[in-house]
Design a protein around this ligand. Sequence first.
Ligand SMILES: Nc1nc2c(ncn2[C@@H]2O[C@H](COP(=O)(O)OP(=O)(O)O)[C@@H](O)[C@H]2O)c(=O)[nH]1
Ligand SMILES: [Mg+2]
Length: 301
Amino acid sequence: MKVRTFYGDNMSAVLTKIRYEVGEEAVILESLEHPTHGYEIKVGVDNSRELKAQEGHTRRIMKEQGYTRKASEMIVRGSGSQSGLIESISHDLTFESQLPFKSKVVALVGPTGVGKTTTIAKLAAQFRVACDLTIGFISLDTYRIGAAHQLQTYATLLHIPCRILDGEKPLEEEFTNALHGLRKCDLIFIDTAGCSPRDKERLHRLSQQMKSLAQMERMLVLAAPMNEYDLRMAAESFDQVGYDRVILSKLDETGFMAPIVNTAIRLQKPLAFFTTGQRVPEDIEPASAKRLSWFMERKMH
Ligand SMILES: Nc1nc2c(ncn2[C@@H]2O[C@H](COP(=O)(O)OP(=O)(O)O)[C@@H](O)[C@H]2O)c(=O)[nH]1
Ligand SMILES: [Mg+2]
């Protein structure tokens, strides 16, 4: 219920005003003579219909923008203020960007072109400075000519040791050797080959590789500009590979946040980092409800 205050020369003038503006639904809460305004009456107004209409309006916009019912509920619950939306997002999604990683070895997995290699370079550069860690790279991406070279280039620029596995040799042995070579590092990032969610054979191979290798934390990278169908396919496919946390990339590239927000809610995994551009190492930040709400609000109005 909303409280409104009316003034007038006398009681009957105020009541006429109330009847005219609010109608019969007004409930008188307080009525008194006012020292300067003549007469004052406070009334309670049932605004549930107004609120329902507002809510319906917000829900309609959310639906038009492609948000699922669960995501719309999250937004409607938090509508009205930015802090409300942040609270509502924090209720439905988990954010875990803090160090240390769950393991000394961290692999980034995900579809092709989402930004895995670039994100590894950003993370390495940031953590090396912020946490004074010695970092190493291992590339499992031996499918594409030049893919490992990209990681190697970043490694050279950042003065980070980098091992590229030979795709022709037994993987486990190669990997053990690479780990041994990097044994003095505090943190090792593994770059993996991008896998199309439709390429079942390669996905199976990647999941076998991941299982056979040393204990590691896996982070799934998903790009915000991907469409809902591809995001859903990727999430389902990479379930078989397994992952602990999620990185949302390329948030700078789209104002259409519904697909990535729907997916984040569906995944039920903690969000770790957001990437927001091509610059290495600047364009990466810890994932947070506040920043996600900012990206979502950019489009909502
Ligand atoms: N706009 C934008 N581009 C990005 C971002 N992250 C990566 N990229 C670009 O996406 C392209 C693919 O990145 P790459 O790291 O090779 O993807 P990978 O195949 O998953 O390893 C490159 O041109 C990157 O510069 C980001 O956050 N925003
Ligand atoms: Mg790559």
